[in-house]
Write a protein that binds this ligand. Structure first.
Ligand code: SAM
Length: 280
């Protein structure tokens, strides 16, 4: 459990206030194209972990023949997505799970697995502490079929929340947070949402994927310009794509990796549980 804020409750507020939809009304077009490509290549059984209210799942269901399991810790997000994609739920193309990874595992069939897992726009960074982020990656790997893939994006510590990183230092020194962790706020008209986030270096991101049994296929920028700008403005998106070809990756706003399960490590699925114990 996060020591400083309740992620589910805060995301409930974030989605219910519609602040999230105002800031991010559609998916990042480049990240979306990468996920759609993975599905078109035949990876059709998809886990959207931290799916939110369906910014990726909804258009993926409309534009591909993916079958998606959407899992999110926020009840508000899951309720919004079930209304938004009611016909896909009825058709059996979308199954929704409200809860963390332990709830997802209990909801899955014994031999059920996925071709592709996506963790889009910082989902991993909301999981505290480091050991649970690592366990999350390892568990997701165990839910993938051999040769299954993950598409995951994380925020870049060198670009994001510099002031909050300075402010978090005393909490890191006291041992309440870990290096790279921050606390921040999002404000809507009547709502202040308090958030925890872990910001990554590129090296840390790649190392964690490799240590949890993934072989990197592609590592690049999620974007260089802020996500809230490029998802609302086509010219900004095109400018962002140009930056991708010329700017060093270490200046990216966020990193995106596509990785495949490595065959060397035996896939051992985490045991089914009836209570907490896995990432939340
Ligand atoms: C920044 S939002 C991204 C949502 C969606 N992937 C998108 O791109 O719009 C992060 C999401 O991760 C979810 N989340 C955070 N921690 C989680 C956990 N331990 N298990 C499941 N979902 C989690 C939050 O509720 C939130 O919906």
């Amino acid at each position: 459990m996060n020591p400083v804020c309740d992620v589910a409750e805060n995301y409930d507020q974030y989605f219910a206030s519609q602040l999230y939809d105002q800031r991010y009304p559609r998916p990042n077009p480049s990240s979306f194209a990468i996920v759609a490509r993975e599905i078109h290549e035949g990876r059709k059984k998809v886990l959207d972990f931290g799916c939110g209210n369906g910014r990726y799942a909804a258009p993926l269901l409309d534009q591909t023949d993916a079958k998606i399991v959407g899992c999110d810790i926020s009840r508000e997000a899951i309720d919004e997505l079930s209304v938004r994609c009611a016909r896909h739920v009825e058709a059996g193309q979308l199954r929704l799970v409200c809860g963390d990874l332990s709830v997802l595992i209990n909801a899955m069939g014994r031999n059920e697995n996925f071709d592709l897992a996506i963790l889009m726009f910082g989902v991993l960074g909301h999981i505290f502490p480091r050991v649970l982020r690592q366990k999350t990656l390892a568990t997701i790997r165990s839910l993938l079929r051999p040769g299954g893939r993950i598409v995951v994006t994380v925020p870049n510590a060198a670009r994001r929340f510099l002031k909050q990183q300075t402010m978090a230092q005393h909490l890191v020194r006291k041992g309440h947070l870990e290096p790279g962790d921050i606390l921040y706020e999002r404000k809507a008209d009547h709502v202040t949402v308090n958030m925890y986030y872990h910001l990554y270096s590129l090296e840390e991101f790649m190392r964690e994927l490799e240590q949890q049994g993934f072989r990197l296929i592609q590592v690049g920028a999620e974007s260089f310009l802020p996500e809230s700008g490029i998802v609302k403005s086509t010219p900004l998106h095109w400018l962002d794509r140009t930056l991708t070809t010329i700017a060093p990756l270490r200046y990216a706003y966020g990193f995106l990796a596509v990785a495949e399960t490595t065959p060397e490590i035996a896939t051992i699925r985490a045991p089914r549980t009836t209570g907490p114990g896995l990432p939340g």
